[in-house]
Design a protein around this ligand. Sequence first.
Ligand code: SF4
Ligand code: SF4
Ligand code: SF4
Length: 148
Amino acid sequence: MPYTDDPAALRTVCLACAAARNGAAPGCQTACGESIVRLDDAGVPYLDVSQAGCTYCGDCAAACGPAALDTDVGRRIAADIILARGGCLAWNRTMCIQCADRCPDRAVVFAGLWNPVVDDEACTRCGLCVAACPVDAIEITARVGGRP
Ligand code: SF4
Ligand code: SF4
Ligand code: SF4
């Protein structure tokens, strides 16, 4: 989820939130206009960026009952991003710049025509490039248990 530097602590709050909701959808999920907030088997929210990415609109944080998401954290998601060169069209000499075109932070950098890499510092893990890539060559994974 966005707006946390401590996904493990967030998970603890979200588990309590899930128990209190008794099956109802959490505010973060219903508030997300991009429909990317999903719930795992324990009712804890995570982001599915396979079809769309996070715009950092802040609506999930505003709708979080326990106020566990803090927009002061800024535009970042505690996750890792991998651009798989073996699956990437450009790295295999087929013209493609869709990830770079979609990135709002210019975090996909091309070395020449064929070699896109993600600038780890500039990237916020928003997932917009994941959804844009026609061959699913980019993956965002959680750093601690669960999903991003
Ligand atoms: S910041 Fe906005 S787009 Fe991103 S997960 Fe929250 S509600 Fe969805
Ligand atoms: S996940 Fe990173 S590289 Fe991809 S679009 Fe978002 S900021 Fe750019
Ligand atoms: S969108 Fe996908 S295939 Fe195209 S350059 Fe980026 S990672 Fe490679």
